[in-house]
Design a binder for this molecule. Structure first.
Ligand code: RNT
Ligand code: ZN
Length: 413
């Protein structure tokens, strides 16, 4: 008997239907972030990464242009099973070598990305890029006290929303547009309120035009602190929770954007009592918001469990957000993408009725015992089968493709 069939029997004895878990997990898209491929560089090629985020490492083979990045993404698509979307930042515009100001970007600058999305059958998500730019160098963008700076970034965000809506319309698949601003104070401000009022006002201007939800969904991303913005981040969690609830926007929870003992898995159920939908930036902070490659750790499993246990499959949009330039970038992408899918599959294989019955019986030791036993259920053969059905190499095979591609492609860059 094959390992998969044995595993199916083990799960069936616990009341778990493996086939329906496989089917369910294959309906949940994961949005893969384009910026892992080139260290959040983009194609403007004249400004270094800033905004309080940082990539470390100089691994060779970084994608230097859009064609290389798309070729690398084709590899990632071959190695990560399940439905995928591509998440693009505005700095990945293709302007044909011409300098185009960020407030003048249009859908035409993304037409080749749309072609790629069509040919790979993936939806697109989008982000204005409000960092790595001379007008962001003072640490403030849309909440700047300087009206000229503020207006420039508001125009950029409005342009991005139009681009996103066009992507959604063309692909017949709503684009999730995430708004994150690095705005914050390095040292203790006297007036926190004024900056937050300016941010709220700017957002209201950006979102003034109604865009149908079948084309575009706006998300706003909070943060605790960034490098150079240690004392006060204008767009804090409370700020954006209030904004999203009052304006009917999606809230974006980034796993690295809270105090180290706070976890976003615990926030999902609260947020979804008050919001229709949320966006996740799945990331892994090590000691700070370091954006390490996502591993299959307890928090990743807990995030997936929250989605699966409560049937939030359509209300939680899953995006990845990490960047490691110290190792093979395509492998980094594949490890994180595969882990996200693994976590969803493991969550879908939980013996839900047993766990719920244990909790309802009040026997907390039984609940603890069951949860611990779940960790060693025969998950691996089910994962292998999922990969096989998706036409993606299994656990100990996929890295060979990384090595082949490195030899044939990235080592020649
Ligand atoms: C920064 C935010 C933001 C960025 C991307 C590149 O702390 O997490 O989401 O990582 O927009
Ligand atoms: Zn993020």
């Amino acid at each position: 008997m094959k390992a998969f069939d044995l595993a199916k029997e083990v799960y069936a004895a616990l009341g778990v239907d493996v086939e329906s878990a496989l089917g369910r997990v294959n309906e949940i898209p994961v949005s893969i972030h384009c910026w892992q491929g080139d260290d959040v560089n983009g194609f403007e090629n004249d400004s270094a990464l800033d905004g309080g985020i940082a990539v470390t490492g100089h691994h060779p083979g970084r994608a230097r242009n859009a064609d290389e990045l798309r070729s690398d993404l084709d590899e990632v698509w071959k190695l990560v099973p399940g439905p995928k979307r591509l998440n693009i930042h505005a700095i990945y515009a293709e302007t044909g070598g011409k300098k185009v100001s960020r407030d003048e970007l249009t859908i035409d600058h993304f037409s080749r990305w749309i072609d790629w999305a069509k040919s790979s059958g993936s939806g697109l998500d989008f982000n204005p890029t409000c960092f790595s730019h001379p007008l962001a160098s003072e640490g403030f963008t849309v909440s700047s006290p300087d009206a000229g700076v503020r207006d420039f970034w508001i125009r950029h965000c409005i342009a991005c929303r139009e681009i996103a809506a066009a992507m959604g319309r063309i692909l017949k698949n709503p684009c999730v547009t995430n708004f994150w601003f690095p705005d914050g104070f390095k040292d203790t401000p006297y007036d926190r309120l004024a900056a937050r009022e300016r941010l709220r006002g700017a957002l209201d201007e950006i979102f003034e035009k109604e865009i149908p939800r079948e084309y575009n969904l706006d998300a706003v991303e909070s943060k605790l602190f960034g490098i150079g913005a240690e004392s006060c981040t204008v767009g804090s969690h409370e700020f954006y929770m209030g904004y999203a609830v009052s304006r009917g926007k999606l809230l974006c929870l980034d796993a690295g954007h809270f105090h180290p003992t706070e976890v976003i898995s615990d926030k999902i159920s609260s947020c979804l009592l008050y919001l229709d939908e949320i966006l996740l930036h799945v990331s892994r902070g090590v000691r700070w918001d370091s954006d390490h490659v996502v591993t299959l750790n307890d928090e990743l499993l807990a995030i997936a469990q929250e989605i699966i246990r409560h049937g939030f499959d359509k209300r939680v949009h899953i995006g990845l957000d990490y960047f490691d330039g110290s190792i093979d970038r395509i492998a980094a992408w594949a490890v994180g993408g595969r882990n996200m899918r693994k976590a969803l599959l493991q969550a879908a294989l939980e013996p839900a009725s047993l766990l719920r019955a244990a909790e309802e019986s009040g026997d907390n030791a039984r609940r603890l015992a069951l949860l611990e036993e779940c960790r060693t259920l025969p998950f691996a053969p089910v994962w292998e089968e999922f990969c096989r059905r998706c036409g993606v190499p299994g656990s100990f095979d996929w890295y060979a493709e990384i090595e082949r591609y490195r030899k044939d492609v990235t080592s020649k860059r």
